[in-house]
Write a protein that binds this ligand. Structure first.
Ligand code: ATP
Length: 233
């Protein structure tokens, strides 16, 4: 469904991703793990067209999308729930959610999608008029996820949703991810929390220094061996 083929990309003259390849099947939960600076966020940015490729291709259902503009990606069914949430702080919860409904394909269903986001995240419904800048970290993460879901994505890319959150809130976030997986959504999760993310995954990639150093079915992953590789320098 989504194929990243030997891409190189980075920032200006600095290359970060070195021939990175990965493959995501429909309905699969894919986890990308790796230490700080491994290039996980850069990979998601490259998929979304936020940074240009130097070499390689990114194919969605066989079509090379690597030259498409970022704002076309939502229309094509890709959505990024970014690291750090990136909510519009001066806008209300509901206005933030409605911003997620801008792709043409999801506009007509915006009202109905809003209700389903509120059903999934009752806390957002309680706070629908509140400014996003006044939400807690966990609520902001839920808002970022809700905003992404408003675009009716086929593939959800989600970058370190547990970052900076208390363990009890991390449990809530993983429960939501589990729910999305059980509904058959295609999910690519970038995480540093190896236990939780591997447990939920169908396939696991481990990145280090801008390269994929392990690609394995989650059922075959030996967590001890994975941690040895993860912490190896
Ligand atoms: P983290 O878990 O810390 O988010 P990551 O695996 O997502 O790590 P990236 O954020 O992709 O890693 O960073 C990979 C490398 O790219 C790092 O060395 C980082 O310093 C560099 N980098 C990231 N953003 C930029 C930028 N805008 N300009 C230049 N270099 C950048």
């Amino acid at each position: 469904m989504l194929k990243v083929e030997a891409i190189q990309a980075g920032y200006g003259d600095i290359n970060i991703l070195w021939d990175v390849s990965l493959s995501v099947e429909k309905g699969q939960f894919t986890t990308i793990i790796g230490t700080n600076g491994a290039g996980k966020t850069t990979l998601l940015r490259a998929i979304m067209g936020l940074i240009p490729l130097k070499t390689g291709a990114i194919r969605l259902e066989g079509t090379d999308i690597s030259r498409y503009e970022t704002w076309d990606m939502n229309e094509r069914g890709l959505c990024l729930i970014p690291e750090g949430r990136m909510v519009f702080r001066e806008m209300s919860v509901e206005e933030n959610l409605m911003m997620g409904a801008y792709p043409q394909k999801s506009r007509a269903n915006a009202k109905q999608n809003l209700e389903s986001v509120y059903a999934r995240f009752p806390r957002l419904k309680e706070r629908y008029k509140q400014l996003a800048g006044s939400l807690s970290g966990g609520e902001s993460q839920m808002l970022a996820m809700g905003r992404g879901l408003m675009s009716e994505p086929d593939i959800i890319l989600i970058d370190e949703p547990s970052l900076g959150l208390a363990p009890v809130i991390v449990n809530d976030i993983f429960d939501i991810l589990r729910g999305l997986k059980d509904e058959g959504k295609t999910i690519v999760l970038v995480e540093q929390n190896t236990h939780r993310s591997v447990e939920m995954a169908d396939h696991v990639y481990l990145m280090q220094s801008g390269k994929v150093i392990l690609s394995q079915n989650a059922a075959d992953v030996d967590l001890d061996a994975l941690h040895d590789l993860y912490f190896a320098r």
